[in-house]
Design a protein around this ligand. Structure first.
Ligand SMILES: CC(C)(COP(=O)(O)OP(=O)(O)OC[C@H]1O[C@@H](n2cnc3c(N)ncnc32)[C@H](O)[C@@H]1OP(=O)(O)O)[C@@H](O)C(=O)NCCC(=O)NCCS
Length: 153
């Protein structure tokens, strides 16, 4: 089976599925409502600029998501844009889906004119290091220590 990736604008029918995953993983902890998580994804159906989203499909079914946003970490407002909300359906993990989605976001960010991309992660440094990201510092997010990384596009 192979991964196919659609821009969020071409996956409108499935955005509620992707949004529910992101809300359960992060949105509820950040005090967002499910409706807010969905409207956030709907705002990612842009053809230029930010934000934009990449929707991953495996065997034709929603499998994972990743996006690019202007701001993500409150303590580093000067850095932009950010790879964010990288999520893969639990039963499909370990098959390269996140890697494919991260590459798709990086390629699209470069096509949209950006030279660098940032991310923060509490525990997935190894995955991103394998994909060419470098550690540039440590920060805190919601009281948790996170690693700040950058990739030159
Ligand atoms: C982190 C996450 C996106 C990875 O997705 P994935 O599709 O499994 O990623 P890939 O297959 O491209 O690479 C997965 C890594 O996990 C390893 N792996 C192998 N089997 C695995 C399994 N069953 N489940 C999870 N990871 C597995 C891979 O070997 C690889 O290891 P690496 O650390 O050496 O790179 C996914 O686990 C997830 O959605 N987690 C919850 C949300 C999250 O933490 N997102 C990242 C925020 S920074």
């Amino acid at each position: 089976m192979t991964l196919s990736i659609l821009p969020a604008g071409e996956a409108a029918r499935d955005l509620p599925v992707f949004a529910s995953w992101l809300w359960l993983e992060w949105g509820r902890r950040r005090g967002r409502t499910p409706a807010r998580s969905l409207s956030r994804l709907a705002s990612m159906a842009t053809a230029a600029g930010l934000p934009f989203g990449c929707c991953g499909y495996w065997a034709g079914l929603p499998a994972g998501f990743a996006c690019c946003v202007a701001e993500d970490l409150d303590s580093r407002p000067e850095l932009s844009p950010w790879l964010a909300s990288v999520f893969v359906r639990p039963d499909l993990r370990g098959q390269g889906i996140a890697s494919g989605l991260v590459e798709a976001v990086a390629t699209e960010a470069k096509a949209r004119g950006f030279a660098d991309l940032y991310l923060f992660t509490p525990d997935q440094q190894r995955l991103y290091a394998r994909l060419g990201w470098a550690v540039i510092g440590r920060e805190h997010d919601l009281g948790e220590e996170v690693t700040l990384m950058r990739r030159t596009l």
